[in-house]
Ligand binder design. Sequence first.
Ligand code: SAH
Length: 248
Amino acid sequence: MTNTAPILQHKQALLRRALILVLTGLSALAGEGSAQAADPHRTRREEMVTTQLIDRGITHQPTLEAFSRVPRHRFVRQEHLQRAYDDRPLPIGHGQTISQPYIVALMTELIEPEPGHRILEIGTGSGYQAAILAEITDHVYTIEIVEALAEWGAGNLRNAGYHQVKTARGDGYYGWDEAAPFDSIVVTAAAASIPPPLLSQLAPGGTMIIPVGSPFRTQVLTLVHREGEAFRTEQILPVRFVPFVRPE
Ligand code: SAH
């Protein structure tokens, strides 16, 4: 009788080793895959922060950190998913747009948000600007006039985990009196003039950023500082925003 045991043992050892190799390979792949599955857009987001924000002079650290964290691709329409991190605004339906990343960053940097600040946004749209602010402070309020967008934006915020943001549907002209005063107000639609209720809901020392000018033309991004009872305005740069609308 020939002794086959050593050969068998050898074969089994080879099989075991092959199995271990396959399993290690699989788990390495799975590891890589799960990190990517968690956030396949991370590389594009990092590129956006470097080339669109830092290279153009955005320096406010909390703003830059917020941009590296907020998944912008979760705030665009499905058909624009591949363009989520492009250097441009994108249509979000109902004739509205999610602003270009640089403009959102500039508006955020100019109001110098800090943890603990109370911030009101007019024009929720996709919810992206509110999410950026919510990375910096837990007290973000946002109002949207178009019902379908109010629902979609609030849904985007919830789905991305920004449960602390307070959302409302209504005419932002009147601000959010019960939650005032605000350290900052961010208006993301262009108004012909600054709505007086918004000025009065600004805390002393507070700031407002608002595109001022006629709809469908170039407007001026304006930074308002409340100094006691007085207001000082600073013109920042020409911009193009969708119009601030009023109910008929
Ligand atoms: N901040 C948004 C940008 C949306 S565009 C984002 O990050 O995606 C501006 C939004 O302002 C539009 O959704 C528009 O419907 C809304 N809007 C216009 N007039 C308004 C008003 N009077 N009150 C509240 N929202 C208004």
